[in-house]
Design a protein around this ligand. Structure first.
Ligand code: GRF
Length: 190
């Protein structure tokens, strides 16, 4: 069994997708062993609904160190699923190649500090981009800079809004996140 820890800051639909895929076998031989949030959010409730251990570690300077203290000893993969804090260099170093993030745009464009949620979609529309999409990538100390694992684009419609972009991208995220998790577990975890 591969053990996955999921970090969340929000509604947790991507977390839900991971939980559902481990249950259905779409992500085979894997389980979510812990969900950690850096603020009160519905993601914690989703974990609780499935009897998955969950905890709130307040965001701030000590977050990474505090997270390291509570991680289950055998943790094969850490998935940032709508998680807004930045993990520090030391933490990223200790779990190099084992932390992945889902980002609501086509990296390397529209990533980095301040590029989250609606800010990303606003920037994409303002730039007059022809396409957007979602990216799953490895987490390194540089924000949104790690190697890309999987990406899926779509064409931006003429009447696209921040809301319609967010909805389309959520759907793409739910599609590519389990595929990316399977890829990483297969290639990187013995
Ligand atoms: C996703 O769009 C993700 O890319 C972004 O935050 C959103 C989280 O959605 N980083 P959810 O909480 O999984 O529904």
């Amino acid at each position: 069994m591969k053990n996955i820890v999921v970090l969340v800051s929000g509604g947790g639909t991507n977390l839900q997708r991971i939980i559902d895929c481990t249950a259905s076998g779409e992500i085979p031989n894997a389980q979510v062993t812990l969900v950690v949030a850096d603020r009160e959010c519905f993601g914690l409730q989703r974990a609780a609904n499935h009897g998955i251990p969950n905890m709130l570690i307040k965001r701030g300077q000590d977050f990474s160190a505090n997270l390291a203290k509570v991680l289950p000893q055998v943790t094969d993969l850490i998935v940032l699923a709508g998680f807004l804090s930045i993990l520090n260099r030391e933490f990223c170093g200790s779990f190099s190649g084992k932390i992945i993030n889902i980002h609501p745009a086509l990296l390397p464009k529209f990533g980095g500090k301040g590029m989250w949620g609606h800010h990303v979609h606003e920037a994409v529309l303002e730039a007059g981009e022809k396409e957007s999409g979602a990216t799953v990538h490895f987490v390194t100390p540089g924000i949104d800079e790690g190697q890309i694992i999987l990406q899926k684009p779509f064409e931006i419609a003429d009447n696209e809004t921040v809301e319609s972009l967010a909805e389309k991208i959520h759907r793409i995220e739910h599609e590519i996140l389990p595929v990316a998790i399977n890829k990483v577990l297969k290639e990187r975890v013995p």
